[in-house]
Design a protein around this ligand. Structure first.
Ligand code: 6DK
Ligand code: ZN
Length: 366
């Protein structure tokens, strides 16, 4: 019998919230709305439900500086919210309250926990509903609602701490609408981790603005060719655009790379209705994209929640992904909309940039 599907949810990760109750898109209701939906639809009964465990500092240290770890560790005991607020202002798009440290440690620990269980085969695949999100967090910096880089910590854990599990090559697929700058930096010169990100770029003006998400950022040293960015020049991209990127960039590269496990930085802010993303992926679209990843690495797939700010869009999108992981039929139907002309241009630029490293990308798009 196939190993079960894991689902991690822990109310303690709802403790991270704005200090004075100001509204913020990255709030605890995000997790709760997803969880409620999965309960209503009977998904929670069909999965192995897991609780979070705090990550140990030594594993977080594979990505973050000791200074950064100390800051996150002590931020919740900083005397007053006003003091935390002042510290948060030094960062870019960050808030802290008294629950922030514990939530950050639980999110990173959850990523490690589910990833290890999937790598071992105790779970066939898994979804970890974590927050705060992680993919913007850099070596020495919290930013973009992210405190610790959960996905990078989990990937390093497998590679550095668990060689006996035989995970030598990890594909990270970041479909959050924002570029995963922190993850990119962590593995920029590392050929064991292929980082693939598709995100809004808008000539470098879309968060996290700057040039890091450009298609010419392909990695360096031994990591050259192992960093792939697909930067949208505008919003409105949807199922057909993402599908074209999968068919003409990600899937051919994944076939050549042949990963031992796939970690998805699964933000749902490119979903239709998201207030920050401006894109239009449907739940069925997400299901279709995920289905295409299932045939790699013997189905060893881990979804780690990143962004996504429309409560019903994220709940319905995670639900569709859960159906795919559970092997339910009929959730990933091809949609017959067409990609934008600009999508083909971006895809061709990415293919030309990377064809030297991935010959399968040579030539014009069929
Ligand atoms: N700030 C993320 O989704 C985080 O990638 C995105 C961070 C965007 C910061 C800029 C921004 C707002 C917008 C509206 C209201 C308050 C702040 F890391 C992830 F969570 F995944 O749009
Ligand atoms: Zn995002």
């Amino acid at each position: 019998m196939a190993a079960p599907v894991g689902l991690l949810y822990d109310e303690r990760m709802c403790a991270h919230a704005t200090p004075n109750g100001e509204s913020h898109p990255e709030n605890p209701d995000r997790l709760r709305s997803i969880w409620r939906k999965l309960q209503q639809e009977g998904i929670t009964d069909r999965c192995v439900v897991m609780e979070a465990k705090e990550a140990e500092d030594k594993y977080i240290a594979s990505v973050h500086s000791q200074t950064h770890i100390n800051l996150i560790k002590t931020i919740s005991s900083a005397e007053l919210d006003s003091r935390r607020h002042k510290i948060a202002c030094k960062f870019n798009s960050i808030y802290f309250n008294k629950g922030s440290s514990e939530s950050a440690y639980l999110a990173a620990g959850s990523a490690i926990e589910v990833t290890e269980k999937v790598a071992k085969g105790e779970l066939s695949c898994a979804i970890a509903l974590v927050r705060p999100p992680g993919h913007h967090a850099e070596h020495n910096e919290a930013m973009g609602f992210c405190l610790f880089n959960n996905v990078a910590i989990a990937a390093n854990y497998l590679l550095n701490e668990k060689p006996e599990l035989g995970i030598r090559k990890i594909l990270i697929v970041d479909w959050d609408v924002h570029h995963g700058n922190g993850t990119q930096k962590t593995f920029y010169d590392d050929s064991r981790v292929l980082f693939f990100s598709v995100h809004r770029f808008d000539s470098g003006s879309f968060y996290p603005s700057g040039g890091d998400g450009a298609y010419c950022m392909i990695g360096e040293g031994p990591g050259q060719g192992y960093n792939i960015n697909v930067p949208w020049e505008h919003g409105r991209c949807g199922d057909a655009d993402y599908l074209a990127v999968w068919d003409h960039v990600l899937i051919p590269v994944a076939e050549s790379f042949n990963p031992d496990i796939i970690l998805v930085s699964a933000g749902f802010d490119a979903a239709a209705g998201d207030p920050l993303g401006g894109c239009s992926i449907t739940p069925r679209g997400y299901a279709f994209l995920l289905e295409k990843l299932k045939r790699f690495a013997q189905g060893k797939l881990v979804l780690l929640l990143e962004g996504g700010y429309n409560l019903s869009s994220i709940a319905n999108s995670v639900l569709a992904c859960a159906h795919v992981l559970l092997g339910d039929e009929g959730y990933s139907r091809k949609l017959n909309t067409k990609p934008f002309e600009s999508t083909w241009r971006v895809i061709q630029l990415v293919r030309d940039e990377l064809k030297y490293y991935w010959p399968v990308l040579s030539g014009k798009i069929p």
